[in-house]
Write a protein that binds this ligand. Structure first.
Ligand SMILES: [Zn+2]
Length: 142
């Protein structure tokens, strides 16, 4: 999660919403990403998607079975869906996202019977740092 927070800070420096994500396998980082929506003009360039793509490229497999993902903010519906499609084993996230989250808020994707793969979920990891980053970012823009 320390690296995910570093990536979130890099995103902020680049004028992006400060969110970072890493994918690990057996405790080793095999993919990482930060929010790149503005830089890439890409609505799908959330930190989690960037990290999943980089891990899949690294493994040469679109299925990331046995891998974990660490993200500084509760994933949105798009990312929660991608994490499920990737067969990620465990999801660790920092701050809860009452507006855009899809894990323990709103759609609660993994609680739906139609969801075929549900990772184990651990929220509130380094929550203080993750939410302070986001609060600072949005306060500076008001
Ligand atoms: Zn997302």
């Amino acid at each position: 999660m320390r690296r995910a927070l570093e990536l979130a800070r890099l995103a902020e420096t680049a004028g992006e919403v400060p969110i970072g994500a890493v994918v690990t396998l057996d405790g080793r980082i095999i993919g990482e990403g930060e929010n790149r929506n503005r830089r890439d003009n890409d609505p799908t360039a959330h930190a989690e998607i960037v990290a999943l793509r980089s891990a899949a490229l690294h493994l040469g497999d679109f299925r990331l079975a046995g891998c974990d993902i660490w993200v500084t903010l509760e994933p949105c519906p798009m990312c929660a869906g991608a994490i499920s499609h990737a067969r990620i084993a465990r999801l660790y996230y920092g701050a809860a996202d009452p507006k855009g989250g899809a894990i323990e808020q709103g759609p609660r994707l993994y609680a739906q019977p139609q969801c075929l793969h549900r990772p184990d979920v651990y929220g509130g990891i380094a929550e203080k740092e993750a939410s302070a980053l986001l609060r600072g970012f949005f306060a500076a823009r008001r």
